[in-house]
Design a protein around this ligand. Sequence first.
Ligand code: LYS
Length: 254
Amino acid sequence: MKRFLLAYAVITGLISGSAVQARTLDEIKAAGTIIVATEGAYAPFNYFQGAKLSGFEVELAEAMVKKMGLKLEWKALSFDALLAGLRQDRWDMVMASFGVTDERAKAVLFTSPYYCSGGVIVSKDAAIKDAASLTGKTVAVQTGSTYMENVKKLAGVKEVKNFPQDTDARSALVAGRVDAWVSDRFVVKSATESNPGLGLKTGDYLFVERIAAAVKKGNAPLAAAVDKALAEVMADGTYKTISEKFLKEDIRCK
Ligand code: LYS
């Protein structure tokens, strides 16, 4: 009997251990601090200015969390680790420019979108500007991004080169190791405007997407609280101010 009870305890322990609950909204409120993970390598959305995280998403998250009456603790990690960390309860929310896709929505719960954008084609050759002109070409993209996903769908592309960070994909294009780079329209705009000497030419949109925060699947009360805070900062002018500061325009979904 004893042995049976021990085995039972071990098994239930294993089961509950693998199904640890995400912190509920009440638990987060009781703690007073929400833990938000981002990448920190994706200017102008989330990046390091010296040791300090900065960017549109960083200031937007801070404004939203303030509306929620909470403090914010940031974690910065590689892009492809962020959604998995939600499932492992390592943080409460991810804000790292994740586009809402059906595939990702199977694994996490998305909030309402906080900006709308899309992937554009960038090249040094003005003739490489749309999906058709990528035929036979080598294209650089960030690993695990929607840029990678969408370029892979193009049958004629010669090779898709993956890089851990979007800035590495850009460097590959700058160095002439690839024919094109696909990234976010605003990331590209900020990179080309701050480095006009690079001679990068922006082509067409390859696809458009809605960008949202992600919480653990099932954590609907937290998503609802985040949505409410987002609606508040959108209504009171805070969103517009932060958006214009980093993007020179209001990028909310229309
Ligand atoms: N918006 C893209 C995506 O959803 C890219 C984000 C990449 C951030 N470095 O995958």
